[in-house]
Design a protein around this ligand. Structure first.
Ligand SMILES: Cc1cc2nc3c(=O)[nH]c(=O)nc-3n(C[C@H](O)[C@H](O)[C@H](O)COP(=O)(O)O)c2cc1C
Length: 227
C-alpha cells in the first residue's frame, strides 16, 4: 500500500463509526478465526500509532489455534498462585481463558532506553490496543480489550516469556459477532470539558464520576526502577 498523506482527511463515515463503536463481549464471539492475511493486516494496522521518538515501544504475542489451549497450562499454574485452594473445576475454567475467542493478541508495552518518557511509551501501547479494536471492526470482527487477573500475575508473565521491561497493555480478543452489543453509558461532556479562560475552575468530573468510597487503586505497572 502506498503511503498517502491522509492527515486532515474529511470522512464523516469514520466519525459516525467512532461515535457508535462498541466492544463485543467474548460471550458473543464465534469461533471463526481471521485468516493469516487478516491477522497480518490487524497487527500492521494496530502498530501504526503515534509513538514519540519512533521507539516502537511495544510487541505482540498472538494466540490462535492450538496455542490457545497450550497456553492453558500456564494460566492454570498462574491461577494456582492466586488461589492455592482453587478446585480442579475452577482451574479448568481459568485454563480455558484464551479459548473464548478464535484470536487473542497480547499487546505488550516494552520500555525502550532513551530520553522519551516511559509514560509516553505506555500511552502509545494503549493507542495500539484501540487501533486494533478499530481495525478488527473494519474487517468485520468484534473485539474486546481485557486485562483480567493474569495480566498482572508474575507466574503468567514469566512463563509466557516476558521480562522486567514488559508491561501487558492488554489482551485483545477477536472473533465474529454472534450478537450485537447493547449501548453503554458515556460521559456527559459538560462534566469533563473546560473551554479555558483565566481563573476558570476546570471541569474534572470529580463530583460526577469519583467513587468516593474507594481508595485509588495500587499502581501495578513495572517502573524504570525495576529494570
Ligand atoms: C486497559 C483496559 C483493560 C480492561 N480490562 C477489562 C477487563 O479485564 N474486564 C472487563 O470486563 N473489561 C475490561 N475493560 C473494558 C472493556 O475493554 C471495554 O472498555 C468496555 O467493555 C466498553 O468499551 P467500548 O466503549 O469499546 O464499548 C478494559 C479496558 C481497558 C482500557
Amino acid at each position: 500500500m502506498s503511503e498517502r498523506n491522509f492527515a486532515g482527511m474529511k470522512n464523516l463515515d469514520v466519525v459516525d463509526y467512532l461515535q457508535t463503536r462498541r466492544s463485543l463481549s467474548v460471550k458473543y464471539m464465534d469461533d471463526i478465526a481471521p485468516s493469516d492475511a487478516e491477522i497480518e493486516t490487524l497487527l500492521k494496522t494496530a502498530a501504526r500509532v503515534p509513538d514519540h521518538g519512533k521507539l516502537f515501544p511495544w510487541h505482540f504475542v498472538v494466540f490462535k489455534g492450538d496455542a490457545r489451549r497450550e497456553a492453558g497450562d500456564i494460566l492454570r499454574a498462574a491461577y494456582l498462585a492466586e488461589d492455592a485452594d482453587a478446585s480442579e473445576a475452577k482451574l479448568d475454567l481459568e485454563a480455558e481463558r484464551f479459548m473464548r475467542a478464535p484470536l487473542v493478541v497480547m499487546v505488550v508495552s516494552r520500555m525502550r532506553r532513551g530520553k522519551h518518557p516511559l509514560w509516553e511509551q505506555f500511552l502509545s501501547a494503549g493507542a495500539l490496543c484501540q487501533n486494533m479494536l478499530i481495525a478488527a471492526n473494519a474487517l468485520g470482527y468484534g473485539a474486546n480489550w481485557l486485562t483480567e487477573w493474569y495480566c498482572y500475575n508474575p507466574i503468567f508473565r514469566e512463563k509466557i516469556g516476558l521480562d522486567a521491561r514488559d508491561n501487558i497493555a492488554g489482551f485483545v480478543y477477536i472473533g465474529k459477532p454472534t450478537a450485537q452489543p447493547e449501548g453503554r453509558d458515556r460521559p456527559n461532556m459538560a462534566h469533563i470539558v473546560t473551554h479555558w479562560q483565566p481563573n476558570i475552575q476546570l471541569n474534572k468530573g470529580d463530583a460526577e464520576y469519583d467513587k468516593d468510597k474507594f481508595d485509588f487503586p495500587q499502581a501495578k505497572i513495572i517502573g524504570v526502577g525495576d529494570v
